[in-house]
Design a protein around this ligand. Structure first.
Ligand code: ADP
Ligand code: MG
Length: 745
């Protein structure tokens, strides 16, 4: 099967491109939930405020927090902010008061080159320390500290100026060590809480300066929304491109495979055709290649995309909430278990299905091609039953497989929805404890869905891969079969001077798998200008001799020579070019009468073609037809009679003007009169060529220079008609059954 990989080679760049695009697609798909959680967390819940350290800040605000900062943090803040005059204009010429209408005198503006993360942490910690202290104070004084911070206070309710006025006198009384201790305790708190409280105060800072919080919120949501749209578009584009390239690759590989299989099968000798049935060869080059095409076009995508999504989805989900990762783990284990059960149950059936398709093809092919015989023998019922059985077996198996799949999908859905429910349940508690944010939980659900969906895809892969593998193995089997009959490396050419000298020397032959030799020790010579006839009962090996001379099979012992050269040392085309073969069953190819006659010699003139037809006694019926030589011949020559077919086959061989004429029982479908006329005309045409004539009728061969009598693959008599009548009892027996007393004498 590895042999098939070479057919992927021309498409390696395309495949790498597909994999890269799949990566891109996965990246897009994995990022969308992240942005969605940003919209929920920041856009909705924090009014679009992203950072604990705001872009603009009043003096009071920063002074309030500086109480709870250590020296490093204070220095950081000093470096991060620059003082500006509210009435001035920024670098774009817009007055600061446009954005911060309530800013009076001077205020602080964030520099561009600040380390925002560090600053946010400093602000968050200080805020958390401040909040903790205020809560403690409220608790001690029984909530009498002026209602500075009501439980669940909204950002807009927090008034920095009010806080400043209320707290500044108290805080400035406290010893620095106490404030620092409050800071250090706060630094130990949950980073989530620190970040959250920092954001709350940040909004209050903006509100104090009169910033348009609503505008900031919608601005943030629109910004992220557009980003999501762009990513979704990117993902969509990647999907389209992947389909485009994957389809091209799949179709290309399928085309190459079909070409290779066809070329291989064309080179097969009869021995290989005996091994593979035609039905199976057809299934292999159509259905099996289609399976591979489907796998390449669709399965391969899943094969790369699903694992990326599983890995990426798990990583992203754990980053969103490590505390809920176990739910995902549990879901994965459940899904893997389910898939394992399904595949143990269904997988063997998939393999069986392939065989059943083969059998169905075989049965239907046989029934259809033998329909006439089936009808003539009234065996339709039997054939119907045979077909129904093959059909039913296939239906039963595919139904079973489908049922298993049908059960699997709802169970997967159940697991999927169960997981969502579980995440919401656990997430809700964690949100209440401020351990995670709503958006993170939502993103976690989406990642979990992506992971589970990817598992579904992987289960599809399990359907595609074994099928494609089985198909690939069957195709590889054909491609790996080397024709037993091959041209030699350096073919020799025939000595044209000898003009059709045919020699069989001690030839033995056995068909592959046969118990017994079909020919035993056959020795004869046919000289140019001579007619050598073969006669014998059916099965005596006459056609086998023809097959050997044409090198459809190779002899198992002895030698066949043409013009003194062992035919195995010549190219098969060269050999067959010199032989005008008329098969036992006349076979015509679809086209016209003319195209069939010129099949062996496309370049001959019309006159030569018509002459050949005349000799073959075919001219008469051809010219009687309306379109003459342009009359259409249906596929398999079904629109001419058996005798006409034979005459056309003979004319086709004659038109070639070969050295050796080989008639395999070609006159059997002709009436006596035509037979005689044909033989008489033939005598003049063969023109010094060798004629090998297989016949059933003694009258056809009576005039031959030599007659060879075959019986069970052995030569039992050789000579002229007269000689054989006396010397060969088998010949006498055949002759006496066909000829009158006078002719026998
Ligand atoms: P004839 O043409 O004299 O009627 P054949 O040469 O066709 O006989 O066949 C000779 C013997 O070889 C027969 O016994 C036949 O069954 C056997 N035979 C012919 N073709 C094949 C084949 N493709 N595979 C196996 N055995 C074959
Ligand atoms: Mg025969």
């Amino acid at each position: 099967m590895r042999k098939l990989f070479k057919y992927l080679k021309p498409f390696v760049t395309g495949m790498l491109l597909v994999i890269a695009l799949l990566f891109g697609q996965a990246l897009c798909d994995l990022n969308l939930p992240n942005y969605m959680s940003d919209i929920v967390n920041v856009g909705i819940q924090q009014s679009g405020v992203e950072h604990a350290a705001p872009e603009a800040l009043s003096w009071e605000g920063v002074a309030l927090l500086r109480f709870f900062m250590n020296d490093d943090e204070k220095a950081l803040v000093d470096r991060a902010y620059v003082e500006v005059i509210a009435a001035d204009a920024d670098e774009n010429g817009v007055p600061y008061t446009d954005r911060y209408p309530k800013a009076g005198g001077t205020f602080l503006l964030l520099r561009d080159d600040t380390n925002q993360a560090e600053l946010d942490e400093a602000f968050g910690t200080a805020t958390w320390a401040l909040f903790t202290m205020v809560r403690d104070m409220q608790a001690q004084s029984g909530g009498a500290s002026g209602g500075l911070m009501a439980e669940g206070a909204e950002a807009e309710d927090l008034d920095i100026a009010l806080l400043w006025r209320g707290l500044q006198p108290v805080l400035s009384q406290l010893p620095p060590a106490a404030l620092l201790a409050a800071h250090d305790t706060a630094a130990e708190a949950d980073p989530m809480l620190i970040a959250q409280s920092g954001l709350t105060l940040s909004r209050a800072f903006y509100a104090e300066l009169g910033a348009d919080l609503g505008g900031m919120q919608s601005g943030y949501i629109i910004h992220i929304g557009l980003l999501m749209l762009l990513i979704a578009l990117g993902g969509g584009l990647a999907t389209v491109l992947v389909s485009f390239f994957a389809s091209r690759i799949a179709a290309g590989v399928a085309r190459d495979l079909r070409r290779a299989v066809f070329a291989k099968v064309s080179a097969f000798s009869n021995a290989e055709f005996d091994k593979f049935s035609t039905a199976s060869l057809i299934t292999r080059s159509t259905n099996d290649i289609t399976q591979i095409q489907m796998f390449l076009g669709f399965g391969m995508r899943l094969l790369f995309y699903a694992p990326i999504m599983v890995t990426g989805g798990v990583i992203m989900a754990v980053r969103k909430s490590a505390s809920m990762a176990w739910i995902l783990g549990l879901a994965c284990v459940l899904l893997l278990g389910l898939m394992l059960i399904v595949f143990v149950v269904a997988m063997p059936k998939f393999k069986i299905m392939q065989k059943l398709v083969d059998k169905l093809n075989l049965v239907s092919r046989e029934s259809l091609s033998g329909l006439m015989v089936i009808r003539a023998f009234g065996a339709e019922a039997h054939e119907k039953a045979r077909f129904a059985e093959a059909n039913g077996d296939l239906a039963k198996t595919s139904l079973f497989v489908n049922r298993v799949m049908v059960v699997m999908f709802p169970v997967m859905m159940l697991i999927m929805n169960g997981v969502s429910l579980f995440i919401v349940w656990t997430g809700a508690h964690q949100i209440a404890d401020a351990a995670i944010r709503v958006g993170d939980m939502m993103a976690f659900i989406q990642y979990a869905m992506q992971v589970i969906m990817s598992f579904l895809m992987i289960s599809m892969i399990f359907i595609f891969v074994p099928r494609a593998a089985a198909a690939a193995a069957r195709i590889a089997e054909v491609l790996a079969t080397e024709p037993t009959i091959r041209d030699p490396e350096q073919p020799k050419t025939f000595d044209g001077g000898k003009r059709g000298l045919v020699e069989f020397e001690h030839v033995n032959f056995r068909y592959e798998g046969a118990e017994e030799d079909a020919l035993h020790d056959i020795t004869f010579t046919a000289l140019p200008g001579q007619t050598v006839a073969f006669i014998g009962s059916t099965g005596s090996g006459k056609s086998t001799i023809a097959n050997l001379l044409l090198r459809f099979y190779d002899v198992t012992g002895g030698q066949v020579r043409l013009d003194g050269l062992d035919i195995r040392e010549a190219a098969r085309n060269d050999l067959r070019q010199r032989i005008g073969y008329v098969p036992q069953q006349g076979v015509l190819l679809s086209g016209t009468v003319a195209s069939n006659l010129k099949y062996g010699a496309p370049d001959i003139s019309e006159a030569d073609m018509e002459a050949a037809a005349t000799v073959a006694q075919a001219a008469e019926f051809i010219t009687e037809k309306e379109e003459g030589y342009q009359t259409d011949i249906a596929q398999g020559g079904t629109n001419v009679s058996g005798g006409q077919k034979q005459r056309l086959s003979i004319a086709r061989a004659l038109a070639k003007k070969p050295e050796v004429f080989l008639f395999d029982d070609s006159f059997s479908a002709l009436d006596f009169k035509t037979d005689r006329a044909l033989r008489r005309a033939l005598g003049a045409t063969v023109d010094g060529g060798t004629v090998l004539l297989v016949a059933q009728r003694v009258s056809t061969i009576m005039d031959a220079e030599r007659i060879i009598v075959l019986d069970e693959g052995r030569i039992v008599g050789q000579g002229t008609h007269r000689e054989l009548l006396k010397s060969c009892p088998q010949y006498y027996e055949i002759a006496s059954s066909q000829l009158s007393k006078e002719e026998l004498a």
